[in-house]
Ligand binder design. Structure first.
Ligand code: HEM
Length: 431
């Protein structure tokens, strides 16, 4: 039988010389590859072909899989493409649930509902009060805490129906959190049993489980800080900004991990033509992801200290580029986290810096031969950065209206998603 040398070079990068013994079943493969340059659909055809005739081509399958499949499939060629897509869809649903929890958490905070449930019980909390008597009992318990006392003093007595509203907001957020756990855990058990979870994904499932549990703990740890008596009776009872930032940061981390792995399961990696600056571009994409993450965390400090209400002008802070009271607290480092002026100042400049970096990146990569999806991700990231910054500025100028502040918070999740997607598109393929 005559040997046939075929060079497969998908989009020019990884040239793959293969020696193939043609048999009757190779006709289709031959037709696909005689041109040398092949598309993904053709690579997929080859992949299916090799899967069907494994015995004929020992050792060849993994090479073609690496060229044609998603990164997850390349790492676990023994798991079918369909199963990998289902696992990817599940991970993306978990990411969606996390994004929903962030949005709901933001609205809960902005409607000042977060301190209405004054204890935490995994199962008992799932049942809200039902009868009039149960509601009244719950309301009486809430009345003993500083938030009610402050509200009653500043705005007059709260009615039972007002209490029901804030209670349901907090209850909804807590139930959503449990929903994230269920949407993650039940399919995880099923997929593990079916053998659809690759070796690489298994330790990550353990990380997700730990992070989901930790998220619940942080949520309660944060609420607890808002239930303590304030040193001064005129102080607004609010949760610790450190705990708020940790709760938001850990939610964003969980979201990003779900999104990254979900996308890696459903998007076939594009072959990036080798160009000199590729390694730098990859590093910068990861840097942008980190910049968006840090900016979002600094936003949580603004939210935690109500620092959005200190200077409501832009671009200057009350006619000054650098306000006087930037270092009012001693020791100086505390200003970064505890001085509302400094916290707002930092968030502004971190955000503006992030927008400048994203714009510079967008300009820089225009001349590089990026695959189409990576190019789309860069464009979306740049567009979203401007939208997010505009929303932030308007949130300041309009004295933090709930709907805009909540949209601004969700915008940060969208921006982080764009940055994650971009970094994923530019990732190195598994060898
Ligand atoms: C890359 C751009 C930006 C990102 C990723 C971002 C992210 C965030 C996040 C995550 C929050 C916390 C929201 C919450 O926990 O409820 C926040 C709050 C805030 N941000 Fe930004 N932000 C950006 C740009 C800006 C800009 C340019 C300004 C104004 C100059 C701004 C002003 C504010 C204000 C006033 C708040 C407090 C809103 C509240 O109390 O709920 N942001 N930001």
């Amino acid at each position: 039988m005559q040997n046939l040398l075929i060079q497969i070079s998908p989009i020019g990068r990884n040239v793959m010389p293969l020696i193939i013994k043609p048999g009757p079943c190779c006709q289709r493969f031959h037709r696909c590859f005689t041109t040398g340059r092949v598309s993904y659909s053709r690579l997929n055809a080859a992949r299916q072909h090799f899967t069907r005739h494994k015995k004929l081509f020992p050792g060849l399958l993994s090479q073609v899989v690496r060229q044609s499949a998603t990164a997850a499939e390349a790492a676990a060629p023994e798991i079918s493409q369909k199963a990998q897509k289902i696992v990817g869809g599940w991970l993306l649903s978990c990411a969606g649930m996390c994004a929903g929890a962030v949005l709901l958490g933001g609205i809960t905070r902005l409607t000042e509902s977060g301190l209405s449930m004054v204890d935490w019980k995994l199962f008992k909390d799932m049942k809200p009060p039902r009868s009039q008597q149960e509601w009244e009992e719950e309301f009486e318990i809430y009345k003993q805490y500083p938030e009610y006392k402050y509200v009653a003093q500043e705005k007059g007595d709260m009615t039972l129906s007002e209490f029901k509203f804030i209670y349901y907001m907090e209850w909804g957020h807590r139930m959503w959190g449990r929903g994230v756990g269920l949407v993650f855990a039940l399919p995880a058990l099923y997929f593990l049993k079916k053998g659809w979870i690759s070796k690489a994904l298994k330790p990550r499932l353990a990380i997700y489980t730990a992070l989901i549990g930790f998220q619940g703990f942080l949520g309660w740890y944060m609420v607890k800080s808002g239930l303590q008596e304030q040193p001064n009776s005129t102080d607004i009872p609010r949760v610790s900004q450190y705990r708020l930032a940790s709760h938001l940061g850990s939610a964003l981390l969980l979201y990003t991990l779900f999104l990254w792995n979900g996308l890696a399961h459903v998007l076939p990696p594009a072959q990036i033509p080798d160009f000199k600056q590729l390694a730098r571009v990859r590093g910068m994409a990861h840097g942008l992801m980190a910049a968006v993450f840090v900016t979002a965390l600094s936003g949580a400090f603004v939210a935690g200290l109500d620092a959005g209400l200190t200077y409501n002008s832009w671009p200057k802070m009350a006619d000054r580029w650098i306000p006087d009271d930037l270092l009012a607290i001693s020791p100086k480092w505390k200003n970064i986290f505890e001085n509302a002026t400094t916290v707002q100042f930092n968030h502004r400049y971190l955000a503006q810096g992030t927008v400048v970096l994203i714009s510079a990146f967008w300009l820089m990569v225009r001349k590089y031969p990026l695959p189409i999806r990576a190019r789309l991700a860069v464009n979306c990231l740049a567009g979203m950065a401007f939208i997010q910054a505009t929303m932030g500025i308007l949130t300041l100028l309009w004295y933090v209206p709930t709907h805009l502040a909540a949209t601004h918070q969700s915008g940060s999740v969208v921006l982080l998603s764009m940055a994650t997607w971009l970094a994923l598109e530019l990732r190195r393929l598994p060898k």
